[in-house]
Design a protein around this ligand. Sequence first.
Ligand SMILES: CC(=O)N[C@H]1[C@@H](OP(=O)(O)OP(=O)(O)OC[C@H]2O[C@@H](n3ccc(=O)[nH]c3=O)[C@H](O)[C@@H]2O)O[C@H](CO)[C@@H](O)[C@@H]1O[C@H](C)C(=O)N[C@@H](C)C(=O)N[C@H](CCC(=O)O)C(=O)O
Ligand SMILES: Nc1ncnc2c1ncn2[C@@H]1O[C@H](COP(=O)(O)OP(=O)(O)OP(=O)(O)O)[C@@H](O)[C@H]1O
Ligand SMILES: N[C@H](CCC[C@H](N)C(=O)O)C(=O)O
Ligand SMILES: [Mg+2]
Length: 494
Amino acid sequence: MESIQKPIHSLISGIAGVTVHGSENVVVNKIIIDSRRVLPGSLFVALRGTQTDGHQYVETASDLGAAAILCEKLPAQLRAGITYIQAQDSASAMGFIAASFYDQPSKKVTLVGVTGTNGKTSVATFLFQLFRALGYRCGLLSTVQNQIEDEVIPSTHTTPDAVALNELLALMHEKGCSHVFMEVSSHAVSQHRITGLHFAGGIFTNITHDHLDFHKTFDNYITAKKGFFDQLPKTAFALVNIDDRRGSVMVQNTKARIETYSLQTLATYNGKILSDTLTGMHMEINNQEVWFRVIGRFNGYNLLSVYGAAIALGESPEEVLTALSNLNSPPGRFEQIHSVDNIVGIVDYAHTPDALENVLQTIAHLRHGNEQVITIVGCGGNRDAAKRPKMAEIACNLSTRVILTSDNPRYEEPQDILDQMMKGVPPLKFKNTIVVPDRHEAIFKAVAEANPEDIILIAGKGHETYQEIRGVKHNFDDRQVLREAFSSFHSHKE
Ligand SMILES: CC(=O)N[C@H]1[C@@H](OP(=O)(O)OP(=O)(O)OC[C@H]2O[C@@H](n3ccc(=O)[nH]c3=O)[C@H](O)[C@@H]2O)O[C@H](CO)[C@@H](O)[C@@H]1O[C@H](C)C(=O)N[C@@H](C)C(=O)N[C@H](CCC(=O)O)C(=O)O
Ligand SMILES: Nc1ncnc2c1ncn2[C@@H]1O[C@H](COP(=O)(O)OP(=O)(O)OP(=O)(O)O)[C@@H](O)[C@H]1O
Ligand SMILES: N[C@H](CCC[C@H](N)C(=O)O)C(=O)O
Ligand SMILES: [Mg+2]
């Protein structure tokens, strides 16, 4: 992308509550949120974070040649030649400024955001695949990866920060994308990563327990997600799952056109699952029968929301259903790897109690005999600790055997996380539960003990190709380890 030079006045016009100290004609060539990356001519944004306060680094940024500083509190000494933009909330102001800096890319594409505890990656990826199949050039912003048509741009977050996000949107527009589908995490709403964006539509999948380390209470978490719908314009659609009792709460104050989807009750888009097997799902959507390659009741919801969004964007129901029936799940979502002697391995990104329950219920539903269900699961370090015993309890109640193991311990001791998980194991299930902290060993153990037709669920990491320990990402891929284990004991087939 060409280098950008913008005077301050062009970036702040229309933003309420900002005061400028210094010349508004000063030109900036970059927006930077980390003082360590400031270069001459940058606009440095001082953000209050969870670990530190960017205001502490205003002097460092100035020494490195920042042309302007966006902050909430002015430093004691203002430097000549630097323009200070004072805002009530730096993060919010940065959202609008980033959008202006990149010439409002979100207004030049049809941008649809997906929020909810589970299903964001699945829905955003299905929409991306669908609209490409319908002949549009598309962009995708997701946990697994960002994509511009076939070009993959690795993602660092589910939702990037406002600067990275607007830059990516501008690039997508420059490369001819007409539609962009993105995940909107609750962190992103709270931290104003999406402030200043123009959405054509928003989708709510569901809300259940997660991220209470960050939001503190479930109410705050709900409010964060609702913030996305509060900021939608009236030209947008707001499509919500009304089988989730928080669905109607999400759209209480939205200006957008409200549409609903449901597998249970009357809604704008109605679905019914007619059958669900390991090879596909048969559904009825708004009275039309259709076969899908993806499976699981939760995916029934995901596909229905994708159908609804496509219709809300003006596509034809027949074309949409035909294209949808050819879609595949994103990597690491109910991804199946079979051994030659028919052990079914399923690698899934379920890392919340609700997702784990859904996946295990889907597996229970697909079982046809007395196969064992062996679940391998861990919980991430430095994340919501309250979900640990809950996930262990769900795994035990819905599996024949459980192996508790590690999942990205980050800066915590794996054994501490496992001790907390063990608190959720019902006493009656102790004899079927073991702890194997090494994930590689856990997977090998499950495979060594599995019999033909048994189902091994490896939950929590899905597409991830690393195990994060003390700031270092070590290569680790559940799918690869599972294949190795199958090859050692049974040899594998896809
Ligand atoms: C908890 C959280 O959301 N953290 C994000 C946040 O960092 P932070 O608030 O901890 O920042 P901080 O370290 O306190 O620093 C505050 C400010 O000082 C600046 N700083 C710091 C040091 C210095 O020397 N100079 C300097 O300027 C930092 O650049 C920052 O702007 O802002 C950073 C910049 O945007 C993000 O990279 C970081 O994501 C971290 C890596 C993270 O792990 N986030 C996860 C929890 C997250 O965002 N997840 C959601 C998905 C959740 C889900 O739905 O599953 C996501 O959207 O990815
Ligand atoms: N609609 C749904 N309802 C409940 N569970 C779901 C749904 N869709 C997917 N899942 C489960 O949640 C897991 C994660 O799905 P997905 O990656 O689509 O969610 P996400 O919201 O993007 O997660 P993240 O917050 O990490 O970005 C899947 O592997 C599956 O187990
Ligand atoms: N977006 C989620 C992903 C969790 C994935 C799981 N493998 C873990 O590390 O906890 C998070 O950052 O909380
Ligand atoms: Mg995601």
